[in-house]
Design a protein around this ligand. Sequence first.
Ligand code: UGA
Length: 461
Amino acid sequence: MVSGMAQTARGRVIDSLAVQGTMKICIVGAGYVGLATGVMFAKLGNEVTCADIDESRVRSVSSGMLPFHEPALEKELAKAVKSGNIKATVKTVDAAKGSHAVFICVQTPSLPSGKIDIRPVKTASRAVARAIRGSDDHKLIVMKSTVVPTTTDAVVRPLLERLSGKLAGRDFSLCMNPEFLQEGSALNDSMKPSRIVIGADDKRSGYELARLYRQVKAPIVRTDIRSAEMIKYASNVFLATKITYANEIANICARLGIDSEPVLAAAGMDPRIGSLFLKPGLGFGGSCLPKDVKALRDGALREGYKPRLLTALLATNDSQPNEAIRMLEKSIGDLRGKKIAVLGLAFKGGVDDIRETRALPLVTSLLAKGALVTAFDPMAMPNFIRIMPTIRYAESAGDCLKGSDGCIVQADWPEFKRLGKKEFSSMRRPVVVDGRRCLDPRKVRASGATYLGIGYGLAER
Ligand code: UGA
């Protein structure tokens, strides 16, 4: 099928471009996904232009600096900017016009109803449509933003066609190509993906995108556009389900005086279950898992289907930060007037992202119970201060613990593992609730502190 496509007139255009070795690629949206995708294609020898409406973001990318914390990606971005393989601009239409392929990688945040906000997708689609209208070549347009199934067909395609006066599948190619990268390992996940999903409703579109990925070694899954959109949700909902299962088992274990760690480890040894994403904690946060579960639930409800599992995932996740508070109260009593140290504000260790962080409901509940909260995070503090300016912030983890009546570890930063006698013995009442099971319990206990791991804690009986 692929070689057949290469025989067609349009196929030859793409092949000759590939033979030249360099494709001009425009990435619309310079966020995590856009920059990881852009740097990956630049590293593979293509000429990449990242277009974003945010001028400060464009300035930052142009000087080889990321607007967020992702060291490995930043190093490669700096190299690509230096070699001239990546440029950034606010002129989306021009950038798209001068490119063979355009990836739409803009954000799709949650609205209060749980529905996703597709206004950025519409703005990007309009700009790309203007670029198609003004050029004679056959472009490949790729939707990479996470959108609920049917959005590409019902919103993106009509916008592209109406505003360009051209037809998808005939005058330009259109694909849906979801991403599966994790923050903290964005570049590696892009360069070595577990699979590349290519959703296309015509042969040529899928063929062109497969050609673009030809240097990336990964199984390729070809589907139609809607199925590609759904694969992204099916994947993230499963991850959220696995985490919630681990949390629920851990909560039950804690009440029975059982340590959930060996229980989940042994359960995960069954290949049908698998050991990854079985770590109990204070719930799943971040820009994707909560948003995707809510969006799929909303989409299902609109189709007249009640997704009971998705509703239960969200409810269980909402109450999970209370587990840490319950453990602390059991150990030190009423929290009114007590000084509580919260370590880790990011939605997980190693990133500065606070989107849907469990630290927000955790700190809010602590304050509602009258606790005096001091917080610390190695990277995410400036972001968290913006949403919660009133609590006290410490300069280091040690400073945060000093004089406190108890501590809750909210994010699994590796440096918290190094905390020892010096830091824990400076607490007024050394009680540590490890909300991510990321500390070394022996080290904490050796310092004279009480260690309570989530999913273990104090036995109820
Ligand atoms: C997630 C998915 O893991 C990626 O595959 C997906 O591509 C991405 O969303 C996306 O849709 O773009 P990410 O948001 O970076 O990636 O976060 P994760 O590493 O999945 O962590 C999510 C949350 O679950 C964090 O709060 C983390 O602390 C928590 N978690 C994770 C657990 O509580 N237990 C675990 O075992 C794993």
